[in-house]
Ligand binder design. Sequence first.
Ligand code: FAD
Length: 406
Amino acid sequence: MMPSIAIVGAGPSGCYTAQALGKALPEARIDIIDRLPVPYGLIRYGVAPDHQGTKAVTRQFERLFERSGVGFFGNVALGRDIALADLRAQYDAVVLATGLSQDRALGIEGEDLPGVIGAGRITRYWNDHPDSENDAIGLGRKAVIIGNGNVAIDLVRILAKVDGEFEGSDLGGHHLNGFRNASVESIDIIGRSPAGVAKFDPVMLRELAKLTDARIKVISAAGEGKVVEALAAIDGHDPQDAQKTITFRFGWTPARLTGEQQLQEAHFTATDGSGETLVLPCDSLLTAIGFAGSEDVPSPEASEDGFIEPGLYATGWFRRGPRGTIPENRADAQAVAARIAADLASVRSARPGRDGLAQLVPHATDYHGWQRIDAAERTDCPADRCRIKIRGRNQMLDLARQKGMQ
Ligand SMILES: Cc1cc2nc3c(=O)[nH]c(=O)nc-3n(C[C@H](O)[C@H](O)[C@H](O)COP(=O)(O)OP(=O)(O)OC[C@H]3O[C@@H](n4cnc5c(N)ncnc54)[C@H](O)[C@@H]3O)c2cc1C
């Protein structure tokens, strides 16, 4: 029998790995497992609802399941529904591609106050991730965003947009009526470093100049380079009758957060050592400073090509940390696939693979189940939306299990 390989995590890294393995080991039997009944990880649940073009990368991954014989086991969480040792007993190789979903903490006083919200939590919320099913997020009038990467820009843009600017997106109507239209008036975006080393994509910065209801101020964007140029280009954007103000500030380190039972002020000190301080009154503070792993999946050290120990590999954000765009996971996936192909070159497999796994996780959903969820989301949505996501896990599972309705 040809070797069997299980990839845990159906995000971009897991899918790129399946693609690369399909080329490196064409006869291999490949399955992708995800804790959710739906594939694609942060493409579905991280990428902003108004960036549908970015989400279109899923079309190339659909081919894996529809044409290349890759299996999908949804609703199976490694560490909860199946132990790693049991999974490894079924397959010749297991690749961990579970990403990093926990918001990194600021590590300052006042961080636990209501009103302090991680970027992961709020983006899962507005992307209708099932883990946010019972969440309710209000932001108040003054929002502060900490972070100098593209996730921070996503937060700014979504908070600053008005209804008509979500045409063609998959943002649910309940969000328009809820946190987003709850009269956010000021959005301050703060970074520790000078503007010249901020990790913003200049294209995403320039996109902010299309906002129809927000003026933009950039304070002390010293330095050189494309980011500084883009900041200069959007500084002073001032549409008529704009109700919101976005202010970029650089060179401030968060020091502490204060408030009585609810966040009221964010305190910063100047990063340049001058001793200068800044106090921003705020109702909410969103942190976009990176992500960490969860306890369900162990995170042993992996080499550059993803090798952990014979038969066990890692790739994507899970291996490298929370850095890089969707396409940047591809090189990682190709490296791990090459390594697996070399390691399994002479393996004559006696492992059960898919059939063995199916017996261990009879509650798993399959790719047809995802297709039914996908179809329902696209069908039951208003004309100005491309889909409205089903947020309830049970509702998704009910649809996924309606056999005979493909
Ligand atoms: C808010 C946000 C916005 C972003 N926007 C963009 C963008 O616009 N453009 C861009 O190019 N990049 C963007 N990125 C970066 C991009 O999402 C990442 O590069 C990419 O998703 C990392 O892929 P991954 O497969 O390693 O992880 P993930 O996409 O996180 O996939 C991990 C998968 O593993 C599953 N999983 C987790 N734990 C378990 C378990 N125990 N058992 C089984 N399955 C499990 C998860 O459900 C998930 O499906 C964004 C990131 C974030 C956080």
